[in-house]
Design a protein around this ligand. Structure first.
Ligand code: NAP
Length: 342
């Protein structure tokens, strides 16, 4: 085992767009077996998850969560293996999921409830616990099942359809007998969404830069209107969707990535909320731990049986994390963005 733990700290807050200079790579000595306290577990990370929410944590502004403190290891989900343990429930070699952060190892107090979860990799790849069977998958499940609550035959639309959350939303909605339409950036992503993930249609919003053309493409793809919309992006896509929403439609407000670097996202026709009697509900997945068992049972079952497909963008090595994260914010990822650390 290397005696060094490489870490990435947040050292400054973005002024406008985030840059690699907001981060700093440092190293720390690893604790020895003798130094471990009762209840502590040393985890070697195999994958780090990069997620859009991290951009919000870089700011020091009011939000649903506290900002990431400066000069500390960036927060983030990780999967890996136990290398040292002084906790009776964890043994070296166990595969685990935690919030280890942007570093190669984490020292976890496993007595803290929810700090470390053992995961079964017999039928599900370890990395999927950061994607389709992890936080993004449960996010998709919550917004679709609990907010949109689609019935068979209804039309469900999702933006960022090729991504970690959007790809799961569409496949869950298809499994419930819905017509499913995605938005994605570029012909390759749209091809994947239809041919691999089984969506009924996908609109390459980049091919429709003006609102009228975007609306007409959506109209063609949604001949019966839209009953449920899972929002990941905001802006022009939301405006087009609002015009196609059926009466009593449901919108799950999951993310508005088009505005994460501070871009304004005005809504063109808010009166449609009233006219179409829409339900629009925002949610934060971490506030709904109660759905985790049901959601992961369905998601894990589908992944294990090959009924839920997913794609990963994998950056190699911890040092690549800042650039990979900035690329994610520009939509350059194709599928769940991970950093491989081993
Ligand atoms: N509410 C919650 O609890 C919760 C939990 C997890 C995630 N989320 C949200 O869910 C959304 C999707 O997250 P994810 O992890 O699945 O990410 P992702 O979809 O894997 O990656 C982000 C994607 O957003 C798309 N995008 C659309 N417009 C963009 C723009 N203007 N700038 C940059 N990217 C743009 C890009 O795809 P295209 O190339 O197709 O445009 C990009 O690949 C995000 O908004 C995230 O914040 C919310």
């Amino acid at each position: 085992m290397s005696a060094i733990n490489h870490q990435i700290l947040l050292v400054s807050r973005p002024q406008g767009e985030a840059t690699v200079d907001n981060f700093k790579l440092v190293e720390q000595p690893l604790p020895t077996a003798e130094a471990l306290q009762d209840g502590q577990v040393l985890v070697k990370h195999h994958y780090l998850s990069l997620d859009p929410y991290m951009r919000g944590r870089m700011n020091d502004s009011r939000s649903y969560a506290e900002p990431q403190p400066l000069n500390q290891v960036m927060l983030g989900g990780t999967v890996g293996e136990v290398v040292l343990s002084k906790h009776p429930k964890f043994a070296p070699g166990d595969s685990v999921l935690g919030m280890g952060g942007w570093q190669e190892y984490s020292l976890v107090d496993a007595n803290v409830r929810g700090a470390l979860h053992k995961v079964d990799t017999t039928h599900i790849p370890l990395s999927a616990y950061l994607g389709a069977v992890g936080m993004p998958g449960v996010t998709a499940w919550y917004g679709l099942v609990k907010i949109i609550a689609p019935k068979a035959g209804e039309t469900v639309v999702v933006s960022a359809a090729s991504g970690a959350v959007g790809s799961v939303v569409g496949q869950l909605a298809k499994a419930r007998g819905c017509r499913v339409v995605g938005f994605a950036g570029g012909a390759d992503k749209c091809d994947y969404v239809v041919k691999e993930l089984g969506f009924d249609a996908c609109i390459d919003y980049k091919a429709h830069p003006d609102p009228k053309s975007l609306y007409l493409a959506l109209k063609e793809a949604t001949p019966q209107g839209i009953d449920g919309y899972f929002e990941n992006v905001g802006g022009a896509i939301l405006d087009a969707v609002m015009l196609r929403m059926n009466a009593f439609g449901r919108i799950a407000m999951c993310g508005m990535i088009a505005g994460y670097e501070g871009q304004p996202l005005p809504m063109a026709n808010p009166s449609l909320i009233l006219v179409s009697r829409l339900k629009i509900e925002g949610f934060i997945v971490s506030e709904h731990p109660e759905v985790w068992p049901d959601a992961t049972q369905e998601l894990g079952g589908m992944v294990a049986k090959g009924q839920m497909k997913f794609k990963e963008s994998i950056a190699q090595g911890l040092a690549s994390a800042p650039q990979a994260f900035l690329s994610l914010l520009k939509g350059k990822n194709f599928g769940k963005q991970l950093v491989k650390l081993v």
